[in-house]
Ligand binder design. Structure first.
Ligand code: NAD
Ligand code: DAU
Length: 352
């Protein structure tokens, strides 16, 4: 048996592939276009491992997907590939529509044709697992209960609107064509291989470089943080036991204000890599807010726990310590990621 993963060179996808092959010998075909966010170096430990078949290609390329499905006959598709950064979606939404909407549509159509040609046990076992986000539900007020799977969709950014569109396509392909799908909507991930355009890795690498730590607006926006390998175990649980056509929220019950996240990162760095110039919190700099910035996300993860017995293994305290330590232990990864396209983006976003 084999699974096809899309976007498996990105942050969560590469953690998923590594985690999958730590737990099982079932091969992974990894289709990734290697945009600025894709980094095959994340998968260097799999060099020469026959269980990992990497294919550089676009999920919008129907002929390529058809040929991969025909050649490898996967029992499941786990779909991570996306444009994922909200700020980039504000400055350039086109790529988000192309990959997140059109790419998911192309993948669904290819999956439908492939699944339609299967028979018996192979047809019954096939799954299309769509990896999505809590941002599709919009924003919460301070006293609102966390998002459940029945919350209405109210996406507010081009990114979340494109992900919401892809969720709707997946739902419709199940409802109309019977395609065996499951969808997971997860909260903010953090951990190793996180691209340093996102809050936590950006704060770590900027602090170590003595650069400002840009906090948007008043820094009181709330996100619900989950260590990335807990997201991977949640996906495995839903892929194995999730009900067809259902969605499952995945989250770590870790609501934190952005400014508190930044201060926690600073305190850990003060402990693990003290700076001769004084505490890292001196670098905190409040900057202009993100347009349309969602104030609060929070996930109610009781359904996946009740139905599938999933719970996160890491607390925020253990996960964030592991994360900071990983960045301290991998300066060469950071240095290579910071060359090229990433530097251009930082200049555009933060004025150099
Ligand atoms: P990422 O930006 O780190 O990685 C995305 C990967 O997709 C990259 O390897 C990129 O090269 C690849 N890709 C982009 N366009 C492609 C295309 N057209 N064809 C093939 N590959 C393409 O993203 P991530 O943070 O790892 O997120 C992965 C998935 O999880 C996304 O669908 C995202 O919406 C979802 N998600 C992310 C988070 C989070 O906190 N990061 C939380 C919930 C859900
Ligand atoms: O909620 C899940 C989502 O989490 C995923 O679907 C997205 O793919 C992922 O990128 C993430 O989106 P966010 O916008 O929440 O993540 P980001 O790391 O960009 O920002 C986290 C919070 O920190 C957000 O409130 C904006 C703020 N922020 C971010 C950056 C990059 C800052 O204050 N300063 C910054 O420099």
């Amino acid at each position: 048996m084999t699974i096809l993963v899309t976007g498996g060179a990105g942050f969560i996808g590469s953690n998923f592939v590594l985690d999958w092959l730590r737990q099982s010998d079932e091969p992974v075909v990894n289709l990734d276009a290697l945009t600025y966010a894709g980094n095959v170096e994340n998968l260097a430990s799999l060099d020469g491992d026959a269980r990992h078949i990497f294919v550089k290609g676009d999920i919008c390329d129907r002929a390529l997907i058809d040929s991969l499905l025909a050649q490898h006959q996967p029992r499941a598709i786990v779909h991570f590939a996306a444009e994922s950064h909200v700020d980039r979606s504000i400055s350039g939404p086109g790529a988000f529509m192309k990959t997140n909407v059109d790419g998911t549509f192309t993948l669904l159509e290819a999956a439908r044709a492939y699944w339609g040609g299967l028979a018996g046990d192979a047809k019954a076992a096939f799954r299309f697992h769509h990896v999505s986000t809590d941002e599709v539900y919009g924003t919460l007020k301070p006293t609102d209960p966390p998002f459940t799977e029945t919350n209405p969709y109210e996406p507010n950014s081009p990114y979340s609107a494109s992900k919401a569109a892809s969720d709707h396509l997946v739902r419709a392909w199940h409802h109309t064509y019977g395609l065996p799908v499951v969808t997971t909507n997860c909260s903010n991930n953090y951990g190793p291989y996180h691209f340093p355009e996102k809050l936590i890795p950006l704060m770590i690498v900027n602090a170590l470089a003595g650069k400002p730590l840009p906090v948007y607006g008043d820094g009181q926006q709330i996100r619900d943080w989950l260590f990335v390998t807990d997201h991977c175990s949640g996906i495995r649980a839903v892929l194995a036991g999730g009900k067809l056509g259902e969605t499952y929220n995945i989250g770590g019950w870790n609501e934190k204000a952005n400014i508190d996240i930044v201060k926690t990162v600073c305190a850990l760095l003060d402990e693990l890599r003290p700076s001769a110039d004084g505490p890292y919190a001196r670098l905190i700099t409040y900057v202009k807010d993100r347009p349309g910035h969602d104030r609060r996300y929070a996930i109610d993860a009781r359904k996946i726990e009740r139905e599938l017995g999933w719970r996160p293994a890491e607390t925020f305290e253990t996960g964030i310590r592991k994360t900071v330590q990983w960045y301290l232990d991998h300066p060469e990864w950071v240095a290579r990621v910071q060359s090229g396209a990433y530097r251009d983006w930082v200049a555009t976003q933060y004025g150099g």
